[in-house]
Write a protein that binds this ligand. Structure first.
Ligand code: SAH
Length: 255
């Protein structure tokens, strides 16, 4: 039971970063250490949760092909937790303000009159670029980058139009990447445009696959972790042998 006389606590929406426990911000880690309750995504590792041994931990993660927690339920849980605990952390993979449904959670908190603060995190695209050792922009080659997803809400039309940027980074696109490649080729991009796929960026299970738009059209191998697809001339390899690792196997689950 929540105590109606106890003022609601404060909620911190914190970016956990791409996965490696030491890629969360110092601010994020400090707040985790003070949290009474932590509501976290499925992608948040045990190592990261070790920063908050004192907290009640609730996994509200959504995993492809697995039973997920409905967003409306998460919003409600967040509000209820803030009424029950003084300091609540909502820990989200990468940066909370990118493809994280933060607007819905913040809206629920605002409606309930609960104070919140957002702490940024390293988004997967930037961790993936570091993993590959290739910047997303390059002087004279690429000066714009789009983070996009083809994943749509149930009532949203299919996003046929791709962003018009030099470098494209597709989130939640393991399955849709083949279609992305087809569309880019139709729009006149060269079949030899470099593509880099990174699975589990920053984690020990990290895998990197290099290909081009022509081969991406055929679909991606299966992956067991989250996958990011990066496309553009800026991704041309300086030294393939140095960075490329084992190719991933067939992609069954696009996340
Ligand atoms: N807010 C997150 C993105 C959430 S959407 C962020 O800023 O990174 C989830 C998608 O992010 C996954 O489907 C995948 O495309 C990407 N992703 C998250 N973590 C990743 C990782 N460690 N390696 C590769 N892709 C990752």
């Amino acid at each position: 039971m929540t105590d109606p006389y106890q003022p609601p606590g404060k909620v911190y929406l914190i970016g956990a970063g791409p996965g490696a426990a030491d890629l969360i911000t110092v601010r994020g880690a400090r707040l985790l250490a003070q949290a009474d309750a932590v509501l976290h995504d499925a992608l948040v590792t045990e190592e990261m949760l070790a920063y908050c041994p004192q907290a009640v931990k609730i996994n509200v993660g959504k995993r492809c092909g697995k039973k997920s927690t409905a967003q409306r339920f998460i919003n409600k849980l967040l509000v209820n937790s803030a009424r029950k605990y003084q300091t609540v952390v909502r820990l989200k993979g990468g940066d909370p303000m990118l493809f994280g449904r933060a607007d819905e959670e913040l809206h629920a908190l605002e409606e309930a009159g609960i104070e919140y603060k957002v702490v940024p995190g390293i988004t997967a695209a930037l961790a993936a670029a570091s993993a590959v050792g290739v910047p997303l922009t390059r002087r004279g080659v690429a000066r714009s980058v789009a983070f996009f997803t083809s994943s749509t809400a149930p009532d949203e039309p299919d996003q046929a139009k791709l962003p018009d940027c030099d470098t494209l980074v597709q989130y939640m696109g393991g399955r849709e990447a083949a279609l992305t490649a087809q569309r880019l080729l139709e729009q006149g991009r060269s079949a030899r445009t470099p593509v880099v796929v990174v699975e589990n960026a920053s984690l020990p299970e990290q895998r990197i696959l290099r290909l081009d738009l022509r081969t991406l059209q055929l679909g991606l191998p299966a992956a067991s972790g989250p996958v990011l697809v990066m496309i553009g001339e800026a991704l041309a390899s300086r030294n393939v042998a140095l960075h490329a690792q084992q190719p991933v196997q067939l992609l069954a689950c696009a996340r």
